[in-house]
Design a protein around this ligand. Structure first.
Ligand code: E4P
Length: 218
């Protein structure tokens, strides 16, 4: 399973890319607003830091303007994935950009039916939002399972399932069990994945015992 980082914070992306675990980045208008700074310059900078797909979202809602915005974003770097919302105009934009060879991430997906439409429109990625479904009392992980199963029925289908709106490590582990292609992680969730109290306790004991030997490896 690939890990994307869900932030527009350049410092965070630079720090986390040093882990060697980051395969891409997702941003959205809210994350850009939170990080501050110029959007185009931010996307350019992120694309230099991370070689994998970097999602940058259009903000228009009509086809013509979305397409123009999408082309502008795609021109920033070859690893930009233009993000469009799951609306009729968004999917029309997805089809047009995909036909031009541009990677498109279809976002704000909350149903399997929507995911089928995105795949038909040639999306490189479909982003079902797990956490936001959980927030309204629906099961976000069930949707990931449904989409993985449906896409798995069509071997020629190239759309990858990018599980978004992940809130905690259990979402990540369950997505891996289900077979999601990618999960996008807020920086704090990626950091949480490392943690286990027995790891900390075990390391503390090993280091204390090692000190007693009086030796040094280097
Ligand atoms: C990423 O592509 C999504 O925009 C993001 O994961 C949404 O996360 P949120 O539901 O925590 O805002």
């Amino acid at each position: 399973m690939k890990f994307f980082i869900d932030t527009a914070d350049i410092k965070e992306i630079a720090a986390l890319s040093e882990t060697g675990l980051v395969d891409g980045v997702t941003t959205n208008p809210s994350l850009v607003a939170k990080a501050g700074g110029d959007f185009i310059a931010t996307v350019k900078e992120i694309c230099k830091l991370v070689k994998g797909p970097v999602s940058a979202e259009v903000t228009a809602t009509d086809f013509e303007t979305m397409l123009a915005e999408g082309n502008k974003l795609a021109a920033i770097a070859s690893n930009v994935a233009v993000k469009v919302p799951l609306t009729p105009d968004g999917l029309r934009t997805c089809k047009a950009l995909s036909d031009q060879g541009v990677m498109v991430n279809v976002t704000l997906c909350f149903s399997a039916a929507q995911a089928i439409l995105a795949a038909k429109a040639g999306a490189a990625f479909i982003s079902p939002f797990i956490g936001r479904l959980d927030d309204v009392g629906q099961n976000g992980l069930e949707l990931i399972g449904e989409i993985v199963q449906i896409y798995g029925n069509y071997t020629d289908l190239k759309t990858e399932v990018l599980a978004a709106s992940a809130r905690h490590p259990i979402h990540v582990v369950e997505c891996a069990k289900i077979g999601a292609d990618i999960v996008t992680l807020p920086p704090n969730v990626l950091r949480m994945l490392y943690k286990h109290p027995l790891t900390d306790k075990g390391l503390e004991a090993f280091l204390a015992d090692w000190q007693k030997t009086g030796q040094s490896i280097l």
